[in-house]
Design a protein around this ligand. Structure first.
Ligand code: ADE
Length: 227
């Protein structure tokens, strides 16, 4: 799977995707992340890609031309019909189900917005999905793009070492994950629940299921509503 990221700050994307588990997955060839610097497609001598908003108002707006050309550059290597995601607080809110759906794509183009926004005409022309990572406003689309890449990429085959860990975790079946423990068996007077040391796999499974339900009810009762 290849992510094509249209951005004014490619170094921000590259730094993160070359680190930790996603970095390992990129090195191993399980996923690829290609950045396209929108500034390289400016048609003004000074490399600028933003301008004042028609009608006045605060902030600058990204022009349609450079974004269009950057997208065409990404489309040179992306499969025909590749979805173009625009990161925006006005979009559909990203969740695990959307991550799972997008993980089935061969390529994804992600357009990172900046300033006060991008010219509406480029959204109409190229964007297939407008996606928000939550109801708050960030200074740019790079962090949302990275959040999405992380959540989607970890579901690509081979990215996680233990395939199990992708299944038995928070949200995979609409519940929060059960509590986890490792050594030592007692820490500052707090003991690991006996059942986890019992070696009885069936009991451990039942205990974990109960804890998942209990936690979800306590911390995120909204997740249980539709079950
Ligand atoms: N750009 C600015 N804020 C954002 C958000 N919450 N989600 C996605 N893109 C954004």
């Amino acid at each position: 799977m290849t992510f094509h990221v249209l951005t004014l700050f490619p170094e921000m994307i590259e730094e993160v995707v070359n680190t930790s588990i996603i970095g390992r997955a990129v090195k191993a060839g399980h996923i690829a992340v290609e950045t396209v610097n929108i500034r390289d497609f400016s048609d003004r001598g000074n490399g600028r890609v933003d301008d004042y908003p028609y009608g006045g108002g605060a902030g600058m707006v990204m022009q349609p031309g450079p974004i269009d050309r950057a997208c065409r550059k990404a489309m040179e290597t992306a499969a025909p019909g590749t979805r173009v995601i625009y990161t925006s607080p006005q979009g559909r809110v990203f969740d695990q189900a959307m991550a799972r759906e997008l993980a089935a794509e061969e390529d994804l183009i992600i357009l990172c917005g900046h300033y006060e926004g991008v010219d509406e005409r480029i959204i109409e022309k190229i964007v297939t999905d407008e996606v928000s990572i939550g109801d708050y406003v960030l200074t740019g689309g790079e962090l949302p793009a990275l959040v999405m890449i992380d959540a989607i990429a970890r579901m690509a085959p081979g990215v996680l070492k233990n395939e199990e860990s992708g299944v038995e975790e928070s949200f995979s079946d609409g519940l929060l994950e059960y509590p986890q423990y490792t050594r030592p068996p007692e820490y500052e007077g707090r003991k690991v629940p006996d059942i986890l040391l019992s070696g009885d796999h069936e009991k451990v499974k039942a205990w974990r299921r109960e804890r998942s339900l209990e936690r979800t009810l306590k911390k995120r009762p909204d997740l249980l509503k539709n079950r």
